[in-house]
Ligand binder design. Sequence first.
Ligand SMILES: [Zn+2]
Length: 100
Amino acid sequence: MTHPAATATTHPATLIATLPPLSVVLAALALGALLWGLGYATACAVTPFGRCRHCNGHGKSIKPNGRVKRWCRRCDGTGLRLRIGRRLFNYLRRLHRDAR
Ligand SMILES: [Zn+2]
């Protein structure tokens, strides 16, 4: 008797046949992108400010002895930054307001 693992070989053609069709994959990707976009738009509306990436939200860099080395120049020491989506929304709103 031969070992089952020795005889069971999966052919590459059967592996491709088990994949879902391309239209299903593209629809799932489009749905995922739509859900991500809705979530990001909600985040931009609810919390327009995110943590500053330069100082990680601290607003300052700290020396090893615990004293403030210098205030963050990118966020002026606030530790906050405006999200890119909110910046885009503000730009579009300003453009719409000025066009009237
Ligand atoms: Zn900062």
